[in-house]
Design a protein around this ligand. Structure first.
Ligand SMILES: [Zn+2]
Length: 78
């Protein structure tokens, strides 16, 4: 995403608060949005486990990807 996209988005969505990472204790801006079902499989702790769509910052998305990859590798043994 380019810098101008970010500026344009915040102007267009001025009535929405900017999405923040949904992980507990994290207040970084969200970069990705995932279904709760995908995130529930990982050990990521959420501020609100009742949400349907989970917003993750860059770092937590990396952690998510790492864990979901591990899951797939484990699945291969069954
Ligand atoms: Zn985060």
């Amino acid at each position: 995403m380019s810098q101008s996209d970010i500026v344009g988005m915040s102007l267009a969505n001025h009535d929405n608060t900017q999405d923040v990472c949904d992980c507990a204790g994290c207040d970084k801006p969200a970069e990705r949005s995932l279904n709760i079902k995908q995130v529930a499989k990982t050990s990521l702790k959420l501020k609100d486990p009742g949400v349907r769509q989970v917003h993750l910052c860059k770092e937590h998305y990396k952690a998510y990807k790492k864990e979901s990859k591990t899951d797939r590798e484990l699945d291969a043994y069954y």
